[in-house]
Ligand binder design. Structure first.
Ligand code: FUC
Length: 716
């Protein structure tokens, strides 16, 4: 498959150096590099055909020739420091060697559609070496005629075309024209005696998110040539400034602050800080960093015009990634977007909406094949590819869950055109599916037939998560139809079906039941908390509106974390949260659930648990292996601790942990209804707040334990 690195590219110690002194290897991706074909019949084969998988694009190698940098570089490198600025999206690396300061900077520019890598030395002539470009799909890199770039192009077995190109610009010194043949995998581009080199890298495929076009569009190389040409016409500082402007416009929009970390801790590298924090140390700055990191990652992997974040977001160095690094719709892809609207990254949710739209037609075909030719609407299997592929088990309520995201993009933005032209027709079509599918029981109540509480228990009727998802779908439909004031008869019909849905139930040990039958086990720590969907991300259960069900949800949640049944009397801690409860995405889901249930301390424990058990030193979340839902989900969950708006009121500071209480603020979080909220607190009480909307309007506000009605301020 060409996935493994050729032997001659292995470092002697068997490990390739990313950010090394002599070698800098940049593994890169593009989200549409997938194997596989349309796969409507549900096989989950992840090879060249069938369902396929997301693939590694390749590596750009930068190799500095020995003696390492220059004759004065015989001494070892010192002061090595590598960092990432989350607000500008710029990577920095510095070190000293032999009296010279070496600097590296890199960024991936959305406005210019190129990746830029700059290497500089504080003294002239210090940089000599070569660059390589390696395809993980077997294409060979060639040096272009001008000898200032390396290119590879290829075609996957599924006929997807791909291409990548790296061009180099130097300051001082020179690029050396190759003397021998310019073909072959070993093609390298040499540079000599430079003070600075800048590499521009671009990679693309001919993927087009359009089923009717066979998922194929324009050839990638001409687009790459055009983009690289345009980028090279600009100065480095022009590119950098445009990137910072674009990135920070999103990243700096929302901020949270709740305490200072001791300077001695702040001075430590991230792995050491993580270690101390995992051992119980206080590091509010690290918690804030985890919040911003999720936003940084979403901004970096989910922009309008592109594909949504897959299981690894965008970052994949394998041709056989876990679960194909696909789009899993029984928690994962949804969780990826939990922080999008609430933390001011509404634009980053557009790729998800576009994906749902683009996949709807192949899903309709697959749905009709599986459920009968007359089936209206559509749904999907648990795993989805970018080519309409549906893999593994049917996840019958998945489209109802997608509908929540379609709805929320409107609920947060109040974008009427989007509501009318995009959201409403999509959600109505999904309602059609359920209108036909719901089954009437002898008692007159409606149940979802033949469901499956994700990966837990048997297939049967009336699984609570299914019931809750359909309730949520109908509620979202009704809110939209009422806002548009249309389809009155259908509204009546949907409202009637919603009323008749078999309701949530409280079982023998006070738990919220996962199934119709009271059979939940109080000692079961299964990772999915599916029957708590109604608490979060749903809105059917809340402490204020349905207090008895909320209490039952608390018992269920404790039990899932190993704090019920035989452990009922043990203290609820990070360490007591055991077994299958420790996954990339379990902590964020439970953090958001505790936030909705008003328990800030337990929500805080979930943040600590994620960092302690399911995060690597680079703070990527791990299932294991790396799975980005944990990163993107925890951002949304933390926002939920500070601000909620799912019950028709804005609730300030619904779930502050004790450690956040002394003093803090947040800026730029969003509430449903098109509101932006800033808030400052002291000793756990709100001291100042501002609520903005396009036009000043009435808002129900829960603040310091009281419900009030206020007027919002017209947009700042
Ligand atoms: C769901 C989860 C697993 C994993 C996989 C990618 O099926 O149950 O834990 O996250 O998705």
């Amino acid at each position: 498959m060409g996935s493994e690195r050729p032997a001659h590219r292995q470092r002697p110690h068997g490990r390739y150096d990313d950010g090394g002194i002599e070698d800098d290897n940049i593994q890169f991706n593009e989200q549409s590099l997938w194997s596989g074909d349309n796969n409507w019949d549900g096989d989950y084969k992840t090879g060249d055909h069938g369902f396929g998988s997301y693939r590694n694009f390749g590596e750009l190698g930068v190799h500095f020739e020995p003696p390492v940098q220059h004759s004065d570089a015989v001494s070892a490198a010192s002061d090595y420091k590598r960092s990432l600025d989350l607000l500008t999206g710029i990577y920095h690396l510095t070190f000293h060697q032999g009296g010279t300061l070496y600097k590296r900077e890199a960024f991936a520019s959305h406005p210019d559609q190129v990746m830029v890598f700059r290497y500089t030395a504080s003294k002239k002539g210090r940089l000599s070496g070569h660059i390589t470009l390696w395809s993980a799909q077997g294409a060979r890199a060639k040096i272009n005629a001008a000898a200032d770039g390396l290119t590879f192009t290829g075609i996957m077995p599924n006929q997807l075309k791909y291409a990548a190109k790296a061009v180099i610009k130097t300051v001082g010194g020179q690029v050396i024209k190759p003397t021998t043949g310019s073909n072959g995998a070993d093609s390298v581009l040499r540079f000599k005696d430079c003070q600075s080199i800048t590499i521009y890298l671009d990679a693309r495929t001919n993927y087009k998110p359009d089923y009717t076009a066979g998922w194929r569009g324009a050839d990638p190389l001409p687009v790459i040539e055009k983009e690289l040409h345009a980028a090279r016409e600009k100065t480095y500082s022009q590119l950098r400034t445009a990137h910072i402007k674009d990135f920070s416009a999103l990243a700096a929009d929302a901020r949270i602050q709740f305490g200072q970390t001791a300077p001695a801790v702040l001075a430590l590298p991230t792995d050491k800080r993580k270690e101390k924090y995992a051992a119980g140390g206080q590091d509010p700055d690290l918690e804030q960093l985890v919040f911003q990191y999720g936003r940084y990652l979403l901004i970096s992997c989910s922009r309008p015009g592109g594909l949504p974040a897959n299981l690894q977001g965008l970052w994949n160095n394998s041709n056989t990634p876990a679960w194909a690094s696909d789009y899993h719709n029984n928690i994962n892809i949804q969780m990826n977007y939990w922080g999008a609207e609430s933390t001011g990254l509404s634009a980053c949710q557009i790729p998800l909406i576009d994906f749902i739209l683009a996949q709807a037609e192949p899903c309709r075909i697959a749905t009709r094949k599986a459920f009968g030719v007359k089936t209206r609407g559509w749904t999907a299997r648990t795993s989805q590819s970018i080519f309409g592929g549906n893999g593994w088990e049917w996840n019958i309520p998945s489209s109802a869950w997608y509908a929540q995201h379609v709805y929320e993009h409107w609920a947060f933005t109040m974008d009427k055109t989007y509501l009318k032209d995009t959201a409403y027709p999509m959600v109505k079509e999904i309602c059609n599916f359920w209108e036909d599918r719901l089954k009437e029981r002898p008692d007159g109540l409606l149940v979802v037939p033949n469901g499956w509480s994700p990966e837990h228990g048997p297939r049967e009727d009336g699984v609570m998560m299914d019931q809750q998802l359909v309730w949520d779908l109908f509620q979202n439909y009704l809110d939209m139809a009422r806002a548009l004031n249309i389809d009155k008869d259908y509204q009546i019909k949907i409202a009637d079906m919603q009323r008749r849905l078999a309701p949530n139930k409280i079982g023998s040990w006070g738990q919220l039941q996962e199934w119709q039958e009271d059979k939940d086990d109080p000692n079961d720590q299964h990772r999915h908390t599916s029957h708590l969907f109604a608490v979060y991300p749903g809105r059917q259960i809340s402490p204020t509106k349905t207090p008895k069900l909320a209490k039952a949800a608390i018992i269920s949640l404790r039990s899932r974390s190993g704090n019920y049944g035989k452990n009922k009397n043990t203290k609820f801690t990070v360490e007591s949260t055991i077994g299958d409860s420790r996954r990339s995405w379990t902590w964020p889901w439970r953090c958001a659930l505790w936030a909705r249930l008003g328990d800030g301390n337990k929500a805080g424990i979930m943040i600590r648990g994620l960092l302690k058990y399911n995060m690597f030193d680079n703070l990527f979340a791990t299932h294991p292996p790396f799975q980005i839902d944990g990163n993107l989900g925890i951002t949304g969950a933390m926002a939920e601790m500070l601000l909620q708006s799912q019950t028709g009121e804005i609730n300030l500071l619904p779930a502050l942990p004790d450690s956040w209480k002394p003093a803090g603020y947040f800026i730029g979080l969003k509430a449903r209804g098109g509101f932006t909220v800033d808030c400052t607190w002291k000793n756990g009480k709100v001291t100042h707040y501002k609520i903005y909307a396009k036009n000043s309007q009435k808002v129900k506000l829960r603040i310091n334990g009281k419900l009030q009605e206020i007027m919002s301020i017209a947009q700042k």
